[in-house]
Ligand binder design. Sequence first.
Ligand SMILES: Nc1ncnc2c1ncn2[C@@H]1O[C@H](COP(=O)(O)OP(=O)(O)OP(=O)(O)O)[C@@H](O)[C@H]1O
Length: 417
Amino acid sequence: MSTAETTAAQPADARRTPSPNTGAEIRLEGLTKRYPGQKEPAVDALDLTIPAGQTVMFVGPSGCGKTTSLKMINRLVEPSGGRILIDGEDITHKNPTRLRRHIGYVIQGGGMMPHMSVAENIGLVPGLLKWDSARTRERVDELLDMVGLDPSVYRDRYPRELSGGQQQRVGVARGLAADPPVLLMDEPFGAVDPITRQRLQDEMLDIQDRLHKTIVMVTHDVDEALKLGDRILILEPGARIAQYDTPEAILTAPANDFVADFVGSGAMLKRLSLVRVGDLRLDQPPTCRVGESAEQVCARVEEAGADAVVVLDERGRPLDWVFLRQLRGVAAVQRPRFEATSVVDHRSTLHDALDAILTSSHSGAMVTRQGQYIGVIQYDTVTEHTTAWTAQARAAEIDTLDVEAPGAGPSRAGEGR
Ligand SMILES: Nc1ncnc2c1ncn2[C@@H]1O[C@H](COP(=O)(O)OP(=O)(O)OP(=O)(O)O)[C@@H](O)[C@H]1O
């Protein structure tokens, strides 16, 4: 699959970035998998179109066929029937080894080769594609930077010298190494702690903003699906489609009781996963740099009528948010010993922001865009927003009661799909 082929067949809306190699459309036609010895097919005639450059999340109860469906796309599982088309090309019978060099694949834990360095792990597919070593080295450094790991620190490390979150980042970098149009991810963030997971998800949003790959991700986490998906595919056993829709539509118009039960109660609260931090007002408390005179910083902050200051590093990334009393008696602003936890990306959800705010002593969280500090989201701003929703929802409910015929149930946009 050449880059030229990939871009030529894309719909206009997928060509919205300058990236030379964006996603490719994936079409599944009657895709079926019968495992030997199983009475029912694991995947039963699945028809699905995944538009180029979109992220589609596969969710559904355990054993419904999510992973089998995903693995048929790169033929790690051979279909028993049906067709797979990528960018219009039927790849159902294409040489699977060659096919996989053009489809990124990321699994839980990163799946790194333990005896290979980070650079060697990321350079695996470029090596198979016979890239020269200078180009591969450059690509490795570019990707490490993109997933938030300093190349000079991490490129020569071995997997055992990395945390779980760092290994997962390397796994994402490896999946993207040869710039594939399609990236398949099987529960990539299932094995990391909640704060690391939020960071990895934010990085994924950032990467997708820049690259617009076609990403298919299996997850067990409905909030993750709402946060990352342009569309969500909810499957019933046998990979039968219960609903395939945008996050908003899944929450506001579940196609049937199965979907409503699966998404769970508290749809109102789940809407916190649809609104991005960057959509709300950000406050601008005073900032300072590591090494500045603490006395001068205190004077400046007091003059601004504030009692705390955001500390930035030399590249404008937030390091800490300190009260003035913590600066009294020290000569210069220090680099903190621990990484700040109350940091969210501007693409993070209000759900993430509330989580981060709970770990902060400032009733707010610091916000970044591509790692750079851009302001602070305050708890009050989030609650103002949710209060406005509640009022709107009540008003809409009253309207519905006024116009609906007696006995008529709520309409469901997904029905009949
Ligand atoms: N190699 C296999 N041999 C036989 N049956 C299998 C095999 N792999 C999966 N299955 C069966 O196929 C069905 C679908 O499995 P699959 O792993 O695709 O589901 P899933 O939705 O990804 O599940 P989970 O959420 O638990 O990971 C299940 O009933 C499973 O037991």
